[in-house]
Design a protein around this ligand. Sequence first.
Ligand SMILES: Cc1cc2nc3c(=O)[nH]c(=O)nc-3n(C[C@H](O)[C@H](O)[C@H](O)COP(=O)(O)OP(=O)(O)OC[C@H]3O[C@@H](n4cnc5c(N)ncnc54)[C@H](O)[C@@H]3O)c2cc1C
Length: 347
Amino acid sequence: MSDQRPITIIGGGLAGLTLGIGLRRRGVPVTLCEAGAYPRHRVCGEFISGRGQATLARLGLQERLLAAGARPATTAMFFSESRTSNVKRLPEPALCISRFQLDGLLAFEFRALGGDLIENHRHKQTGAQEGHVRATGRRSQPVDRGWRLFGLKIHAHHIALEADLEMHLTRNGYVGLSRLSEDLVNVCGLFRSRTTQPDLATEWGSWLGGQPGSRLRDRLAKASFVEASFCSVAGIALRPQKALKQDEWCVGDAITMIPPVTGNGMSMAFESAELALEPLHAYSQGRMSWQNAQQQAARRCDEAFARRLTGSSFLQTAVFSPAWRWLLISLVGRWPLVWRLLFKDTR
Ligand SMILES: Cc1cc2nc3c(=O)[nH]c(=O)nc-3n(C[C@H](O)[C@H](O)[C@H](O)COP(=O)(O)OP(=O)(O)OC[C@H]3O[C@@H](n4cnc5c(N)ncnc54)[C@H](O)[C@@H]3O)c2cc1C
C-alpha cells in the first residue's frame, strides 16, 4: 500500500496517459478516467515532431513505439495551388504512428504499471479540485473571428508520396499526407468555413480530396480509403492560452492547442505531462502544496511553449492567405535557412 497521496487524471489521451505512466513509474497511485474506450481512431496527422520524442525516450516509451511499427519520417514537401517546394530534409526526424495504435499502447502500458484506468467514464468535474489534473484535450469553441475550424482524418492505401510528409495548402485549409507504413498513408486536414458543415461524414471527400487539377487530387486518384478510420472534429480553437491563467491543473491541449500545421501538438502533450511530473510527485509525497506544485508546472509549460505558440500563430495565419502561402513555399524552397528557422521556431 503506497503512502503517497493519490492523483486523478481526467482524460486518457496522450497527455493524460503519459502523465499517468510517469507517475506510476514514481510509485504514485493514479486513477485515470477516459470518456471513450481503446483502441480508437483520432483526428490527427499522426506525425510526432519536436521535443516530445525525447520525453518518450526518457519514459522508456520510444522503443515500444518503434517495436510497434512507428516509422521515422525524414523528408517533407510543400504544395500550394501554384507552387511546389523541393523535397526538404527535416532538421530533426519525426515519428509516425497511428493514434489507434499509440493511444492503445499507452493505455496498455499505464495498466501494466498498476494504473487504474476507467474507460467509458465521462468525469463531471466542474472546477479546480486538489489532486485532480485535467487532460481532457482541446476546449471547444464553435466560432473564432467568424470562422469555424474543423479537422478530418482517414487512412488510405495506394498513395504514392514523394516525401514522408506532404503538406498541401488548399484554399480553405491544409491537408497533410504522412506515411505510416509501406502502404498506409494518413490523410488529415484542417479547414475553415463561415458556415456549419453538418455533413462531414458524407462530404469529407470534397474537403480532403483537393481541387480538380491539384497535386493533392492527383495523389489521391488511386487511393483506397479505410472507411472505418474516418473521424472528424469541429469547434477547434487555436488562440494561444497560458497555463498560469487556468484555475485547474491542465496538461496537453487542455492548456492550449498549437496549430496542427506544425505537427507539434502531440509533442506538447508529452512535454506538458513530463513538466508536471516532478511537481505532482512532490505534492503526492507531501513535499509541496497543491497550489505551489500547480503553479510551478504551469510556469514551466508557459516558458517552454511561448516561443513556438507565437511562431505557429504566424504560420497558421500565413497558410490561410493566398499571398503568404505563395511566399512561404517560395522561401522555404529556396532558402534552407528560412526552412530551418521556421522548423525551429514552431517546436
Ligand atoms: C486536424 C488535426 C491534425 C493534427 N495533426 C497532428 C500531427 O500531425 N501531429 C501532432 O503532434 N499533433 C497533431 N494534432 C494535435 C494532436 O492531436 C493533439 O495535440 C493531441 O491529441 C493532444 O493530446 P491531449 O491528450 O491533450 O488531448 P486528446 O488526445 O484530445 O485526449 C483528450 C482525452 O480526454 C477525453 N475526455 C474529454 N473529456 C473528458 C471527460 N470529461 N472525462 C473523461 N475523459 C474525457 C477524450 O475522450 C480524449 O480521449 C492535430 C490536431 C488536429 C485537430
